[in-house]
Design a binder for this molecule. Sequence first.
Ligand code: DI6
Ligand code: FE
Length: 411
Amino acid sequence: MALPAALWRNARIVPCTTVATAASVHADALVTVGERIEWLGEEAQLAPGLRARCAAVHDLGGRLVTPALIDCHTHLVFAGDRAEEFAERQRGVSYEEIARRGGGILSTVRATRAAGEAALLDAAEPRLRALLREGVTAIEVKSGYGLTLEDEARMLRVARELGRRHDVDVRTTYLAAHAVPPEFAGRGAEYLRVLAREWLPELARRGLVDAVDIYCDRGAFSAADARTLFEAARALELPVKMHAGQFADVGGIGVAAQFAALSCDHLEVLDAADAARMAQAGSVAVLLPVAYYTLGQTQPPPVGLLRAAGVPLAVATDCNPGTSPCASLLLAMNMACRLFGLAAEEALAGVTCHAARALGLAPARGALEAGADAEFVVWDLAAPHELSYWTGLNRCRAVIRRGRLARGTLP
Ligand code: DI6
Ligand code: FE
């Protein structure tokens, strides 16, 4: 049945169309018609004709309203955990050292290959639910713990299934270029060619891939590998993204920019020339402060350079078993402020409009304005800065998805 028009009034609405409009309240009412926002502004200015069409009126009691949140970088689907490695790191062994010994990503690959589809779903669901409770309605899920055609396919199918079973939009990203699997040990270049030229077209044909990613770093893949993969993606008209500069600059950003990457993510190691390349290419910088925190890194991404270059900053959980065992986007916002020096409004823009852009979902998602999707969160809060200020406190009251109450209760 078609949804009637509804007036949502007495709200403190933060549109998040830009960083500036993520800083403070800009409207007290909005009208939704069906799944879209028809109008947003001061209720006193609402045209009588439109008001008369509103069959439902929801008084939000002066509560904060923001766009629904978007987690634009996750590895949410995996089996097992790496708590043992966490304990080892606490004893002083480094992440890269653990990876060299066959732990790290490859230990999650072993667990994920051994898990069937149902087990992977069961493992991912609690993490997804935690994100949804915080007002998230769109997430990215990467593959990259299968590293064979069928194991990657299973991860991506599970990601799609999560989107069917839960009230969330899932964007899948193919990340077979995450690590070289044991079958290809010492033959990384060959593995890359296979995953790019054989597996990617097949998975795309099965409708499992929305974007293509590569872990371009020291001890991982090279800039030349990225070019080979991105050429294959381009042939399939798939957008690309890159894990870059988490540990070292291996020259990937230049390649990402040439392929107009949706985003480059991590970026602890980045120079001004690469920031300028990202700006020119229109790529979003996805900051992952929980991974930085978990690894105890000490050199934060050069946020000042990115800002000066005009690169949009997004913030995501990077939810993964190794470097970011975290299913809280609100915590990631707080850490982006405290560890990376983001302003509170930058953190909010980072999980709304800029996150939408990093997934190719802007401008319909991640911002509240006429014509955008009616996807918003009612918070038991008064000011947007409170979202980054609190930790361990989730004041999400209600989630409206496509114009309907999807979770929680209305005041
Ligand atoms: N960067 C990360 O931080 C994760 N993957 C990546 O490309 C780590 C994934 C893991 O350790 O399992
Ligand atoms: Fe990641």
